[in-house]
Design a protein around this ligand. Structure first.
Ligand code: M6R
Length: 609
């Protein structure tokens, strides 16, 4: 989604803005622009395309200001183009605005601006109304004009505003779209995401919903929606900027695939005490709390939703509480049955996914206790939850989620085991067996990664397929869905996931000579059934890649190629079986020449509906 950066201080502003925006490129965008105050005027430069189009243009001229705002746009209202790129200005060009999110009532405001004020619009965006609205209310005080403007705006937004008449300040607002402030010595920053500012500062203020910020080079003032000044602690970012670099890998995605042993180990070992008991510091659920809960909802989007499906299995199996799993965009609008006996679990890598956040708020409103599994410390989902379990995956930059997924799986197993242990629904022996097996996961993932050459060769032979099916039974179906999502989002191949038992109810009609079918067969009690399903698709000409546990060699008689994962408990296979699927998707996308880290039409953090 869009990225925001703003700077006020003594440094040459264009390079700070370009540097900051380059750190946000991973979010996905289609145009980029800046507005800077220089030589007693505001100068706006904005272009369709990658950030380097803007950067190259700036090399040819000298803009030497010390205050400015910059933006990478992911088109929602209006096609990607120079004129729709941000910043947007008022008619006189003395107020410039950058904006993430959507102004839902922009048509109504636009009509008013056109009919009552005679304003001619220069773009097709919703954002442009903000610049004109602020202009309408401007009487020499930018902060006051912004307040008046936002009172008329509905929707989700983070905005940054500068004004030619008050070049010593930036005003920013957050409503349902992430915004942080970076604190420097004699300089201050705004951004939509922490990596944008790490080169300059590790001291941040996390801005809350409905807050308005006034920045000068010397100070930062935060106000609530009533205009009252708020105190805010300094948030120190502890992770390294280097963690967000490629470190010699060709893409972030393959780097992040290889970081999974470390991420899984961190997520796990930080939660095991000396007695190897799971201690979840951020989770304060007591036995009494858990006894009061009669239903769990797990809600998330995309890959995080797939982790939720495995989480349902683990909680029902170990803690014996009924669980429903839902995608956030459906949950929030279907008036789900939630009350104070419901535990709502939100799963989100970014912690900023708008649908997940809205679903969380809906569940809270109805009285549910909210637990979140989140990767980004201090993110909105984390801050609005009663209990938080941080996955320790480190920053995930590639749009396709990999290490976030495996660490979310570990988190869900630990949450389930913790609940089971507190409720007493699992024996000490069973508990130990699972914890001990979880501890072997980092080495087992590493073993799969060490043998990836076979998968590379397979990808070289299969990258031309335009249709791929993933199938499995039991827990394998959930991994099939994740494998299919991974492949389609980065390679643009039409891929589908199906419960293998459903084949004969329709989908088998699509199998023809050469169709690639990835068949997961890791569940011992369903192994023979899967072998039959493999026979069925092979009989129709499919080329079958099986995924099975080491030692289960029978599958070699039916599948064309078999990718083995190290032996483990059936209940834990998803942590391993997804790894070959991630690698296969990655190498297929590379062979097809796709932009693996930034697939078309996608954004890393989906902060609009
Ligand atoms: O940040 P979140 O975990 O809330 O994001 C959820 C989805 O947008 C995300 O998992 C998406 O599906 C990924 N592109 C999948 O690789």
């Amino acid at each position: 989604m869009c990225g925001i950066v703003g700077y006020i201080g003594d440094k040459e502003v264009t390079s700070v803005l370009i540097e900051g925006l380059s750190r946000l490129e991973y979010r996905g965008y289609d145009s980029a622009g800046i507005a800077v105050y220089d030589n007693n005027d505001l100068h706006v430069r904005k272009f369709k395309g990658r950030l380097n189009v803007l950067a190259d243009h700036l090399k040819e001229e000298t803009l030497t200001g010390v205050v400015g705002i910059g933006h990478t746009r992911w088109a929602t209202h209006g096609e990607p183009s120079d004129r729709n790129a941000h910043p947007h200005t008022n008619v006189a060009g003395n107020i410039a605005v950058i904006h993430n999110g959507i102004i839902e009532n922009y048509m109504k405001i636009k009509e008013w601006l056109v009919e009552e004020k005679g304003i001619e619009f220069k773009s097709d965006t919703d954002t442009e109304v903000i610049a004109h609205l602020i202009d309408c209310y401007y009487e020499g005080d930018l902060l006051e004009a912004v307040y008046k403007a936002i009172r008329r705006m509905e929707g989700a937004y983070a905005i940054g505003v500068i004004c030619k008449e008050e070049p010593d300040k930036i005003v920013a607002v957050r409503k349902d779209s992430p915004l942080i402030v970076g604190l420097g010595e004699g300089e201050n920053f705004i951004a939509s995401d922490i990596p944008a500012l790490l080169k300059y500062t590790r001291k941040m203020h996390l801005i809350e919903n409905d807050e308005v910020v006034l920045l000068t080079k010397k100070e930062v003032k935060i106000f609530n929606d009533l205009g009252q000044q708020m105190d805010r602690e300094v948030f120190n970012v502890t992770w390294d900027a280097e963690a967000a670099e490629k470190e010699g890998y060709e893409h972030f995605m393959i780097k992040e695939i290889h970081e999974q042993p470390k991420g899984v180990s961190e997520t796990l070992l930080r939660r095991l005490d000396k007695e190897e008991k799971v201690t979840l510091d951020g989770i304060k659920l007591t036995k009494e709390d858990l006894d009061n809960i009669n239903k769990v909802y797990i809600v998330a989007c995309g890959t995080a939703y797939h982790a939720g499906l495995v989480g349902r299995y683990a909680i029902e199996k170990f803690a014996k509480i009924p669980v429903e799993v839902d995608v956030a965009s459906e949950f929030r609008y279907r008036d789900p049955f939630v009350d104070d006996k419901t535990l709502f679990i939100a799963i989100s890598q970014s912690g900023e996914t708008l649908d997940t956040l809205a679903a969380l708020r809906e569940a809270k409103r109805k009285g549910a206790r909210v637990l979140s599994v989140v990767n980004v410390v201090g993110s909105s989902v984390a801050r609005e939850s009663d209990d938080v379990f941080y996955t320790w995956a480190g920053p995930e930059i590639a749009v396709a989620s990999t290490k976030a997924y495996t660490t979310q799986l570990v988190a869900m197993y630990l949450v389930a085991l913790h609940m089971a242990s507190v409720k007493g629904t699992i024996t000490e022996e069973q508990y130990k067996e699972k914890v001990n097996e979880l501890k072997t996961m980092p080495d087992k993932i590493q073993k799969i990664l060490d043998n990836q050459t076979k998968i590379q060769h397979l990808a070289d032979g299969q990258f031309n397929n335009e249709k791929v099916f993933f199938m499995g039974r039991g827990l394998d179906v959930h991994v099939a869905h994740e494998g299919s999502l991974k492949l389609k989002e980065i390679s643009y191949i039409n891929s589908f996931a199906i419960a293998a038992g459903e084949l004969k109810h329709g989908t088998i009609a699509l199998i023809e000579d050469g169709t690639l079918v990835v068949a997961l067969a890791t569940q011992d009690h369903l192994y023979d059934k899967m072998l039959s399903n493999i026979q069925e698709v092979r009989a129709r000409g499919a080329f079958v890649v099986g995924v099975a546990k080491e030692g289960n060699k029978e599958i070699e008689k039916t599948a064309d190629v078999v990718l083995y994962i190290p032996d483990t408990l059936d209940q834990l296979t998803p942590i391993l079986s997804v790894i070959p699927l991630q690698l296969l998707s990655y190498y297929i996308a590379v062979a097809r020449g796709c932009d693996v880290d930034k697939p078309k039409n996608l954004a890393k953090s989906v902060t609009v509906e």
